[in-house]
Design a protein around this ligand. Structure first.
Ligand SMILES: Cc1cc2nc3c(=O)[nH]c(=O)nc-3n(C[C@H](O)[C@H](O)[C@H](O)COP(=O)(O)OP(=O)(O)OC[C@H]3O[C@@H](n4cnc5c(N)ncnc54)[C@H](O)[C@@H]3O)c2cc1C
Length: 399
């Protein structure tokens, strides 16, 4: 049988992961990226143990680990009282249970590791300035329509073109994403700018009424990643708009000074108004399938959007490899294995926002009482469905 060609719309973390997984299974891959350069925004990202299973599958686990910071704990602080609510240790018992560590990494480093690996593979072609506008399923596969009028024939098209996916427009046609009303401001500061008393080796979340703040170290402790989120019912989607410190301060006057100082030490703040979607039951149309944010955009409150995109890529690669004679059946097998798990993260992320990150008054006191009563083992048990899976397997089969 001839080698099958897979077109991947989008060269983000999801698209490059799909390219690597599929190339390792012997498929020829063409990545079609709209932008003039392949890259990622300058901010951090958290990687659960499930991400490392995927990175190992793509053959880049060692390179990714080399760029990551292995934090000691996930720490939840009460942003009003300034007191710790709970922390989840990420030491040896955690790694043993889930088969891998939890880490934080600069997005550019993670994307760079995936990109270098793609460039080293002869059966991956990377094309920039290549916006996928749409597609037509054909008898032989799929004809991919590019901006500017060109077309590309492929056996399969994977829509990894993110939140505003053109490919999704034809596969699902469920209109624009839902605007959450949550405004997120991001800044990356040099290590020395972080107050000494907050230089924790942790992914720290300060949970306050309608707002929360996250910080963690990056890039061999050269930087700290700062993320400040305010549920201010912002009505329009925004992505990466530079804003003043005064704007970031709004909505944080009521929280503890330890948390408030994070806003003061940040600079070059940028704003995103976050969007997600309700889960859907179909990601496949003929020889076309969705992956990553194009399939299941979610709030970031499980810190799992990119991890899910990588898991998708693992699952897709195995499913297509196992169904070479019937590619559509392979895409359906991929979809069926991924739908419920990703929907659980999408819906769960919204619930975390409401009940943990942004709870206020009695709601926050109930949160604190419930979480403070939990042991480390309780926390691991609650997270086992998420961290104890690889994208190929069910929960608690990772190690
Ligand atoms: C504040 C915040 C914090 C987050 N923190 C975490 C975290 O800690 N851990 C985690 O796992 N996830 C996190 N996420 C989620 C994560 O960033 C995304 O889920 C992930 O980046 C999605 O990757 P993707 O490749 O599917 O999409 P994208 O990263 O959006 O990539 C899509 C690519 O496709 C290109 N493109 C778009 N349209 C077209 C087209 N028509 N044709 C060709 N190319 C196109 C784009 O230029 C882009 O390169 C966070 C998200 C936010 C907003």
């Amino acid at each position: 049988m001839d080698t099958q060609t897979i077109a991947v719309a989008g060269g983000g973390i999801g698209g490059l992961s799909a390219a690597l997984g599929l190339s390792k299974k012997g498929f020829d891959v063409v990545v079609l990226e709209k932008a003039s350069e392949l890259g990622e925004i300058g901010a951090g990202i958290q990687l659960g143990p499930n991400a490392f299973h995927a990175l190992d599958y793509f053959g880049v686990g060692v390179a990714a680990r080399d760029k990551a910071v292995f934090i000691d704990m996930l720490r939840l602080m009460d942003a009003v009282s300034g007191e710790e609510i709970i922390h989840i240790p990420l030491d040896e018992p955690f790694r043993e249970r889930f088969g891998n560590p939890y880490a934080v990494i600069h997005r550019a480093d993670l994307h760079g590791v995936l990109l270098d690996a793609c460039r080293a593979r002869e059966n991956i072609e990377l094309r920039v300035n290549s916006e996928v506008e749409g597609y037509t399923n054909t008898a032989a596969g799929v004809s991919v329509r590019l901006a500017g009028g060109d077309a590309l024939a492929a056996d399969v098209l994977i829509g990894a073109d993110g939140l505003w996916s053109n490919v999704r427009g034809s596969v699902v046609d469920d209109g624009p994403p839902r605007v959450s009303g949550h405004s997120t401001y991001r800044s990356v500061i040099p290590f020395a700018q972080m107050p000494e008393e907050l230089r924790w080796n942790a992914a720290t979340l300060w949970a306050g009424p309608k707002c929360h703040i996250v910080h963690y170290p990056l890039s061999d402790w050269k930087y700290f990643n700062l993320v400040v989120t305010y549920h201010n019912d912002a009505p329009e989607p925004v992505a990466g708009k530079p804003v003043s410190k005064e704007e970031v301060r709004q909505g944080f006057a009521h929280i503890h000074e330890s948390a408030q100082q994070i806003i003061e030490i940040g600079n070059d703040w940028r704003l995103w108004v976050l969007c997600d979607r309700d889960p859907v039951e179909t990601w496949v149309d003929g020889h076309v399938a969705l992956l990553g944010d194009a399939a299941h955009p979610m709030m970031q409150y499980y810190a799992q959007g990119a991890c899910m995109a990588m898991e998708d890529a693992v699952c897709l690669s195995d499913a297509l490899d196992g169904h070479r004679a019937d590619i559509h059946a392979g895409l359906i097998a991929y979809q069926d294995q991924r739908l419920v798990r990703t929907a659980r993260v999408q819906l769960g992320a919204r619930a975390i926002g409401d009940h943990i990150n942004h709870a206020e008054g009695m709601h926050a006191r109930v949160r604190n009482e419930i979480l403070r009563a939990m042991s480390t083992e309780d926390c691991y048990d609650r997270l086992a469905w998420l961290y104890g899976s690889t994208g190929l397997t069910g929960a608690e089969t990772a190690s």
